[in-house]
Design a protein around this ligand. Sequence first.
Ligand code: SF4
Length: 221
Amino acid sequence: MPRTDPQGPAAADPEPPLDCPICPRLVAYRTANRAANPDWWNGPALSFGDPDARLLVVGLAPGRTGANRTGRPFTGDFAGVLLYETLLKTGFARGTYAAHPDDGLALVDCMITNAVRCAPPGNKPETTEEAACRPYLTARIAALPRLQVIVTLGDVARRNVLRALGQKASAGAGGHGARCEAAGYSLINSYHCSRLNTNTGRLTPAMFEAVFETARSALAG
Ligand code: SF4
C-alpha cells in the first residue's frame, strides 16, 4: 500500500528518553510514583512489538499500575488481558500473556504504542500533554517501514493519530468500528478495552476480536 510521509510536528526519535522532561505535570507524577514505588518502571512506556509491523495499535496513555509499573504497554492492568488475548487469538501475537514483561509474549506483524507515553493522573492526559508527546507518535509511525493499518483504542487515541498524520482530528467518523484512510494508512477505531467498557458490555470480546479480524482483512487486501 502506498503511503505518504506523515506531516506534523518536528520529527523526534520514535521513543522518548526515560527521563523525558517535557511535561511538568507528568514528570511530577512520575517522580511521586518513583518515591512511592521505587521498584516500578516509572518512566515513559516504550513501544512494544515487531519493528517490521504492518499493524500498529495505539492506546491513549499508560495506566499507573499497568505499563507505568511493568514498563510494557498494556501489561499488568485489566485492559491488557483482553488486548493480548485478542492479539493471540487473531494471530498478531504468539506465546502466553502472563502480565509480565518477561512472559515471553511476542507480537507478530504488530506493534503497540501509546499516544502519550507517560502515565497521567486519573488516566487522563491534558491536551497540551497529548500535543507535547505527539512528535514521538509521528516518529513512531514514520519509523515503521511496512506499516499499513493502525488500530486506535478509543476516540481520543484516534484523534491523536490523525493529528500525528497531519490530518484534522475531525477527519472521518469516530465510534467503534469506524474506518478511514489517512496519509496512506487504514485507520480502524475500537472502543477502548478498559474495565469500564468491558464490564458494562459496551465492548464485548467478540466486538474487539472483530476489529482485529478487520485489520487482518485490510492487510490482506
Ligand atoms: S508524555 Fe511524552 S513528551 Fe510528555 S514527558 Fe512523557 S515522554 Fe515526554
